[in-house]
Design a protein around this ligand. Structure first.
Ligand SMILES: NC(=O)C1=CN([C@@H]2O[C@H](COP(=O)(O)OP(=O)(O)OC[C@H]3O[C@@H](n4cnc5c(N)ncnc54)[C@H](O)[C@@H]3O)[C@@H](O)[C@H]2O)C=CC1
Ligand SMILES: O=C([O-])CC(=O)C(=O)O
Length: 313
């Protein structure tokens, strides 16, 4: 019997979507469908063909097709949603809320129809609220609707720690809780380098500066790019999540999940440490927090709630 390759659809063939598609194919995680709006069908096909023509050089056998037709996405195991507008300097992610809510809703209506068994990962911003919009529209179990923020925020945090200490990024461990906004909560107490708590290696002032830079890391890139937002590290983050699911790796990865009582929050989508495997989010880890850590998380949760409040679905 022929072995069936996994099928991964990436909706939105812009900066993040195209980069994600290419990384997925390079890692041979499955065959990739890159999907954008009908007005951009030819450029989307062109991007996909261009990537495919890199396969003999890069040595991958994943297929990549570009399309605007959801029938090509039918039966996908994973759908990654990057569709929507990105912010420009001077804007917050929350300024995108109602434009992107409409886009995410219409994308999810199609995903529900054509990919009813898929696990869906959402990137579009403001991502905590967009994960809620996706969940409401899809009607899938909560384990199959996941938002990306924590892998990226943690990657930025670990990059800055490695730079500070001039050590390999491979030895830095840490994670970031909360909403994907300037109130996110890098958990210093749970961060270490080669097992050594960072508080033993870096001064309190420098840690504070790293935490602040992490919180505003997306904005730092937006200001440098001038006309769009980050895409290499976001795409790498999506691919790490997809890989954990496709290979049923059971990785402990921070992701946006529906909280139903965890950390004291009910009916809220926000970033928490999760176990990601073949079923999607298989478990949420609830950590004991100090009073000041909980207060910081409450502030982040309030910020997410205030955006969800203005979403019209
Ligand atoms: N959660 C996170 O950590 C991150 C989130 N983002 C967000 O991801 C989104 C995409 O960013 P970029 O790729 O840089 O933007 P982009 O503008 O390069 O690409 C977005 C693509 O979505 C497409 N699109 C719009 N409506 C669509 C629809 N109904 N169906 C299919 N495709 C549609 C557009 O035609 C465009 O090609 C933005 O909202 C951005 O803020 C970006 C980086 C990190
Ligand atoms: O900052 C943005 O608008 C894009 C994003 O979410 C990030 O790079 O963290």
């Amino acid at each position: 019997m022929a072995i069936q390759r996994k099928k991964i659809t990436v909706v939105g063939a812009g900066f993040t979507g195209a980069t994600t598609a290419f990384l997925l194919a390079q890692k041979e995680l499955g065959d990739v469908v890159l999907l954008d709006i009908p007005q951009l069908e030819n450029p989307t096909k062109g991007k996909a063909l261009d990537m495919l023509e890199a396969s003999p050089v890069q040595g991958f056998d994943s297929n990549i097709v570009g399309t605007s037709n959801y029938e090509d996405a039918a039966g996908s195991d994973i759908v990654i949603i990057t569709a929507g507008i990105a912010r420009k300097p001077g804007m917050s992610r929350d300024d995108l809320v109602n434009t992107n809510a409409g886009i995410v809703k219409s994308v999810c209506e199609n995903v529900k129809k054509h990919c009813p068994d898929s696990i869906v990962i959402i990137l579009s911003n403001p991502v905590d609220a967009m994960t809620y919009v996706a969940y409401e529209t899809l009607g899938f179990p909560k384990s199959r609707v996941i938002g990306q923020s924590g892998v990226l925020d943690t990657a930025r945090y670990c990059t800055f720690i490695a730079q500070e200490l001039n050590v390999s990024v491979e030895d830095v461990r840490g994670f970031v809780l909360g909403g994907h906004g300037d109130d996110m909560v890098p958990l210093v107490r749970y961060s270490n380098v080669g097992g050594i708590p960072i508080e033993k290696l870096i001064s309190a002032e420098r840690i504070e500066a790293i935490v602040k830079r992490t919180r505003t890391g997306g904005g730092e890139i937006v200001n440098l790019l001038g006309n769009g937002s980050a895409y290499y590290a976001p795409a790498a983050s999506l691919v790490q999540m997809a890989e954990a699911i496709i290979k049923d790796k059971k990785r402990i990865i921070p992701a946006i999940a529906l909280l139903e009582g965890e950390y004291g929050y009910d009916n809220l989508f926000m970033g928490v440490p999760t176990l990601l495997g073949g079923e999607g989010i298989e478990k949420i880890f609830v950590l004991e927090l100090l009073d000041e850590e909980k207060a910081a998380l409450d502030k982040s949760a309030d910020a997410v709630r205030s955006v969800i409040k203005i979403v019209t679905i």
